[in-house]
Design a protein around this ligand. Structure first.
Ligand SMILES: N[C@@H](CCC(=O)N[C@@H](CS)C(=O)NCC(=O)O)C(=O)O
Length: 237
């Protein structure tokens, strides 16, 4: 959802590949809130961006004269001001969901270790760690006590907004040479179903633009990592 120029709608300061930006874009869409985007080049951070973002990171949400930073905080704010709620009503369950959001950020860090792994042994080790995280998620999904398709059952929630961008990486990574052999998705059928349901959700689809897969491939190829070297073995596009 993009607003007309010159409006006073919230502005999401974005980077095309950032999973933390995506979670905010997803929540805005789930809430039916119109917003504008302003894209920043994180390799050459402009002064206006550094003035808004104390840690120099995306996302920032500019809203009513404030520049909010930290994606989880922005998502919590949006959940307080707009319907429908994406957190459970019960405080204990809400705390549990917030904990799994944190877990999602930890998985993003592991994905970073995976694609930056300097050599094959480190790549294998971080693949194993990722697989372990997916097994933990499979166990969390088993606690639903019923069918999905989402983290808590039939209703889309904040944890889903966090894991949609996590899984989106693998729409590209799974297609890279030799990655299938790493067994990332071995024995996690409920996670695989969850991933598929999220990929079909409208809010997930609008969170990135059509250039995302190619942009991510270029980013991965440029890491100088073991994964980049595997990509070097790919057929030229
Ligand atoms: N904890 C932050 C993490 C945000 C983050 O790491 N953003 C990355 C892009 S995906 C960034 O801006 N990196 C630039 C940098 O660290 O210099 C959040 O949840 O908003």
């Amino acid at each position: 959802m993009t607003a007309a120029a010159g409006s006073s709608l919230p502005t999401l300061v974005s980077h095309a590949l950032c999973p933390y930006v995506q979670r905010v874009a997803i929540v805005l869409h789930e809430k039916g809130l119109a917003f504008e985007r302003r894209t920043v080049d994180l390799a050459h951070k402009p002064a206006w961006f550094l003035a808004l973002s104390p840690l120099g990171k995306t996302p920032v949400l500019q809203v009513r004269g404030e520049a909010l930073f930290e994606s989880a905080v922005i998502c919590e704010y949006l959940d307080e001001v707009a319907m429908p709620p994406l957190h459970p009503q019960d405080p204990l369950q809400r705390a549990r969901h917030r904990a799994w959001m944190e877990f999602g950020s930890a998985v993003l860090n592991t994905i970073g270790t995976f694609y930056a792994a300097p050599h094959e042994a480190a790549l294998q080790a971080s693949a194993q760690q990722l697989h372990g995280r997916f097994v933990q998620l499979e166990q969390a999904l088993a606690q639903r006590g019923g069918p999905g398709p989402y983290f808590a059952g039939a209703d889309f929630c904040m944890v889903d907004a966090v894991f949609g961008p996590v899984f989106r990486y693998f729409d590209v990574i799974d297609t890279l040479p030799g990655v299938v052999d790493l067994g990332l998705w071995r024995g996690v059928p409920q996670v695989a179903d969850w991933r598929q349901a999220l990929a079909q959700r409208a809010s997930l689809r609008q969170a990135v633009d059509a250039g995302y897969p190619e942009g991510l491939r270029a980013f991965l190829r440029a890491r100088g990592s073991a994964l980049s070297r595997r990509m070097g073995a790919e057929a030229a596009p």
